[in-house]
Each structure stands twice: as structure tokens, then as C-alpha cells.
Design a protein around this ligand. Structure first.
Ligand code: OOB
Length: 532
């Protein structure tokens, strides 16, 4: 699964240090040969060496192939941070299948959109996680989509195949091209009609390797996956794959909660982890309350996914015993890190430079003209690991990419005098709530379908804890009253992920309008702040 045009693009980058037309399944064998008895991954139930990981993934790959799951077939994977996730991901890679990386928080609305777009033949999920029972959702998907041939459960369920029991007879594994699609990642702005990001084996490995290099990872590195590992940040920046590339150990945080994160840093002597800003704040509160935690093993704290406020950056630098590394990243590709040698002043105020010397950055005004250093514009990027089209999304591709293949991030950025990027919020409307992305249009559509609501507009406003919170403004049907809890229950029934529920509700009699008669969202945002 990859077209000739894209292969031509990738061929341009051959010769770059760290670039290799290598499939992930074969790469794991190479890692197993090099680091065999090192611990590769640990979770709350145990650990696994590089050799064991390779062997288990291989056996599982035979099992997938026996079931016809190979050769570019898509598989929707929705698993928590567990060793079985890592084995399954590599097994699918070895079988030549393409995992679609859903997050545990996604629900029917998101998964149905993915199903209809990518038509996966299998769905791999947990039975339960964080109090949520995935089985009714699995049943619903199975009934609704007849192309879905396999529902495979990480856990024991009657009449369902168990993930860890999947294996098959040894056989020759298929040849997988390093320039074919390895994963379909979900775009940050996932809506009812999700955008899927096809990342190839070669570009993803390169992404991992360049990240690991910037973080100076080695066999002694202990990486804690504090965020859900299906997300690009903990998966590959350097995350799981970057750590494995250097022979280090990946510790998976099962519940991605602050107390678990701090306990694991203490117990496992973690050297590097990645957090979104909102999580840093709660971790810092816990550190103040409890003196039992010892985070002195940490060398690098990566913070990214959403804008890090200057004041919080200053506090991290003053209070954490390690180097802060700001990370600006996108699942579409472009990845920027501040450097380990950068001064505190730079690290506190900038989001760094791209991880590859072949990354091209443009910052442009509304007419597409490049702005001067020190001026804000929209950040565009092109490079070895940045896509130039979403998966099967002609309309979005028209607007999200320039004709010469640059990705329009939708983010405001400027280049500082010393050549770093400094981000300045979203140009598009996407709400970044604690690192999770919400598109107002999607929530507005749900709200407008509710009987008591006439019209709805959703805006994001700054929030001390979440970075941004979402506020829903509504015009109610005559005589109707409404409360936030009711809206949450309604969205829950629709199967919308909980992070997309509005944090605030305001009921209006009429809309504030701009001079051309559009709803003035700027005024709404100001009202959301002053009414809180
Ligand atoms: C990461 O990836 P996505 O795809 O979930 O979200 C990307 C968007 C960016 O376009 C930007 O709006 C925002 O998230 N973002 C930041 C940021 N890092 C990401 N905004 C301001 N400052 C930052 N440092 O979020 C992601 C992927 C790989 C590594 C890290 C984060």
C-alpha cells in the first residue's frame, strides 16, 4: 500500500544518515540480534527481552497470516499500554498488515468513521480498561460492518479469539517493502470523518532514529511511556521505537495517571519520559504533596502536544532535576525538539528545530508569502517523514497541502533570531484540550442534533489546568432549559469520547455576529472567559 509517486518522494532521501528502506518486522529481528537479552519492554505484569519480543511477534504473525490478516489488510487496533500491544504491532508489521492506531479513549463515533473509511478486516481491543467495557462496542461494530471478519480480544471472552493465543505454524514471512505503509495514525483533529495518516516503515524508523539521536539514547536509557502509546509522541518521538533502536528499555505506564507516572519513575529509574503540559501540572502538584517520589534518575523531560506556557516552562526548569526538552510534533510528520545544549532561556521560550537536516520549513502569511524572522505566520513543512496526503481524503488533501507538497500545519509560528521555532496557537479552530484535539464543528453537529437545541457554537478558551477548555454556546428551542450534565449524558449515548464533552455551557438568546453576519467566535470566547 503506497503509490509510485510517494515512493519517488522517499527515494530522494536515500543517503541521509539514519535513512533505510527497512520494514519494521525485519528491523525487530536486527534489534533482537543486537540486544537479545536486554529487557525491551515492561508493563505492570512483567517484562520481555528483545529476543522474546521478536519470537512472540513472529509466532503471532504466523497466526495472523493463517487468518488471512496480511498483505496490506487493515486492522483497527485499540489497546492500552501493555506488552501485548507491542507484540501485536510488530506481528502485524511482520505479516504485512497495517494497524490503524486508535486510542483507548475513542468510542463508537470515532471508530465508526474509521471503519467506513478504511474497512479494516479485524478489530483488536481490550475487554475492559479504566472501567470501560469494550465488548458492547465490539459487538456493535461486528454487527454493523460485514467486512469486519475478526474481533480479537486482549483478555478472555466467550466466543471471542484471544490475542495472546494467536499463533501459527512457522512459515516464510512475506516480503514487506520499507516504503509501504506501516501504520495509519489518527490525525490530532480527528472528527466524525477521521483523517488517517499513512506512515511508511522507512519514514517512521527514521523519525524514531533521529529523535533518539537528539535525546542521546543508548542501552542504558529507560523510557517511560506516560501517554497512550498508540499516539505518535510516545510511539516514535523517540518513544517506544526510538528506545528499541538504541537497545534501551521501555516502561509502559498502564493507566497514564500522575501517581503511576511518578511511582514508575522512582521504581524503574526512568531516564526520559514525555508529557503534555496539563499532565506536568498535576505531576508537580503530586510531587509537592508526597516526598516518597524520587525522580532524580530523570535526565530529560519532554513536554509537547500543546503550547507550554512560559510560566510553567520556567517552573519546570527551576524545580525538575533534569533537562526540559520542548517538543513540537504532529502525527503528519514534522517534529521539532529543543536541544540538550540549549540555554534555559531558549528551552523555556522555544519549541526547537526540526529533527532532520532534510526538513524544510516555511512560515507564510495569508497570501502564502514567507514572513520575516520574528513575525508570526502559518507553519508549513515538507521532508523525509512528513506526509503529503492523508489516506483517501481528496477534499482534505486539497486544503491541507500545498501544490508543491508542503503540509499546512494550521499552527501559528515564528522563527526566532537564533533559528528556533516559537509556536503561537492554532490558526484553524481546533481546540487543544490537555493535548487532545477537538474540532468545534464536530461537537456543534452533535449538539444541533439534540432536540432541545436550536443552534450551537463551540469555542476553546484558555484554561489554567487544561491548557484550553471547550465552551458550548447554544440557542435553546423555545421554552427549553438545559444543563451541562444533560449534554454530557447525551454525548455519552452517542458514543463520543469523553474528552470532547464541553467543559462549560452558556445559553444565549441570540448570536453576536460579525459585519458579514457570521457568528463572532471571538466575542463568544471572551464571554466564555468572563462568565466562568
Ligand atoms: C502531537 O501530534 P498531534 O498530531 O496529536 O497534534 C499536532 C498538533 C499541532 O499541529 C499543534 O497544534 C499541537 O498539536 N502541538 C503543539 C505543540 N506540539 C503539538 N502546539 C504548541 N506547542 C507544542 N509544543 O501533538 C505530537 C506529535 C509528536 C510529538 C509531540 C506531539
Amino acid at each position: 500500500m503506497q503509490n509510485k509517486r510517494y515512493i519517488k518522494k522517499l527515494e530522494q532521501y536515500e543517503g541521509l544518515e539514519g535513512w533505510n528502506r527497512m520494514p519494521l518486522g525485519r528491523q525487530l529481528e536486527i534489534w533482537a540480534d543486537g540486544y537479545g537479552d536486554n529487557t525491551a519492554v515492561s508493563d505492570e505484569n512483567g517484562e520481555i527481552t528483545y529476543r522474546e519480543l521478536n519470537e512472540k511477534a513472529e509466532k503471532m504473525a504466523y497466526g495472523f497470516l493463517d487468518r488471512g490478516i496480511g498483505n496490506g489488510k487493515k486492522v483497527l487496533v485499540q489497546l492500552p499500554n501493555r506488552i501485548s500491544f507491542v507484540i501485536a504491532a510488530f506481528a502485524l508489521a511482520k505479516a504485512g498488515a497495517v494497524p490503524i492506531m486508535a486510542l483507548p479513549a475513542h468510542r463508537e463515533a470515532e471508530l465508526s468513521g474509521i471503519m467506513e473509511l478504511a474497512r479494516p478486516v479485524a478489530y483488536i481491543t481490550a475487554d475492559k480498561y479504566l472501567g470501560y467495557d469494550y465488548m458492547p462496542m465490539a459487538k456493535m461494530l461486528e454487527e454493523k460492518y460485514d467486512f469486519l471478519e475478526h474481533v480479537i480480544i486482549d483478555g478472555k471472552q466467550e466466543n471471542k479469539e484471544e490475542l495472546t493465543a494467536i499463533e501459527g505454524e512457522k512459515r516464510e514471512l512475506p516480503e514487506v517493502d520499507g516504503y509501504s505503509t506501516a501504520f495509519l495514525l489518527l490525525s490530532g483533529g480527528t472528527t466524525g470523518i477521521p483523517k488517517l495518516i499513512p506512515r511508511t516503515h522507512a519514514d517512521y524508523l527514521y523519525n524514531a532514529r533521529m529523535s533518539a539521536k537528539r535525546c542521546r539514547m543508548n542501552e542504558n536509557s529507560v523510557y517511560l511511556a506516560s501517554l497512550p502509546v498508540a499516539h505518535n509522541f510516545p510511539l516514535c518521538c523517540p518513544g517506544l521505537l526510538g528506545t528499541l533502536d538504541k537497545g534501551g528499555k521501555v516502561v509502559l505506564c498502564a493507566n497514564t495517571s500522575p501517581d503511576e507516572i511518578l511511582s514508575l519513575i522512582t521504581e524503574e529509574k526512568v531516564t526520559i519520559t514525555a508529557l503534555v503540559p496539563a499532565m506536568v501540572t498535576v505531576c508537580m502538584e503530586m510531587l509537592e504533596l508526597d516526598e516518597e517520589y524520587d525522580i532524580s534518575s530523570l535526565k530529560i523531560l519532554q513536554v509537547g502536544g500543546a503550547l507550554l506556557e512560559d510560566t510553567l516552562a520556567d517552573r519546570i526548569i527551576a524545580e525538575w532535576p533534569c533537562k526540559l526538552m520542548q517538543v513540537f510534533g504532529t502525527a503528519e510528520g514534522l517534529l521539532c525538539f529543543t536541544g540538550l545544549e540549549d540555554s534555559d532561556g531558549i528551552v523555556a521560550r522555544c519549541q526547537g528545530t526540526p529533527v532532520s537536516p532534510a526538513d524544510e520549513i516555511r512560515i507564510v502569511d495569508e497570501s502564502g508569502k514567507e514572513v520575516k524572522d520574528g513575525e508570526y505566520g502559518e507553519l508549513l513543512s515538507r521532508g523525509p517523514y512528513t506526509i503529503d496526503a492523508y489516506y483517501m481524503a481528496d477534499e482534505a488533501n486539497e486544503t491541507s497541502f500545498t501544490s508543491d507538497g508542503f503540509y499546512r500545519t494550521g499552527d501559528r509560528a515564528m522563527r526566532t533570531g537564533e533559528g528556533n521555532l516559537r509556536m503561537g496557537g492554532r490558526i484553524k479552530e481546533q481546540i487543544n484540550r490537555a493535548g487532545e484535539k477537538i474540532l468545534p464543528a464536530e461537537i456543534e453537529a452533535y449538539l444541533c442534533r439534540y432536540g432541545k437545541i436550536k443552534e450551537a457554537a463551540v469555542v476553546g478558551v484558555k484554561d489554567e489546568v487544561l491548557g484550553n477548555r471547550s465552551c458550548a454556546f447554544i440557542l435553546a428551542e423555545d421554552g427549553e432549559s438545559l444543563e451541562l450534565g444533560e449534554i454530557h449524558r447525551y454525548l455519552q449515548e452517542l458514543g463520543v469520547a469523553a474528552y470532547k464533552y464541553p467543559d462549560q455551557l452558556e445559553i444565549l438568546e441570540f448570536w453576536p455576529l460579525t459585519s458579514v453576519g457570521k457568528i463572532d467566535k471571538k466575542v463568544l470566547a471572551d464571554m466564555a472567559v468572563s462568565n466562568k
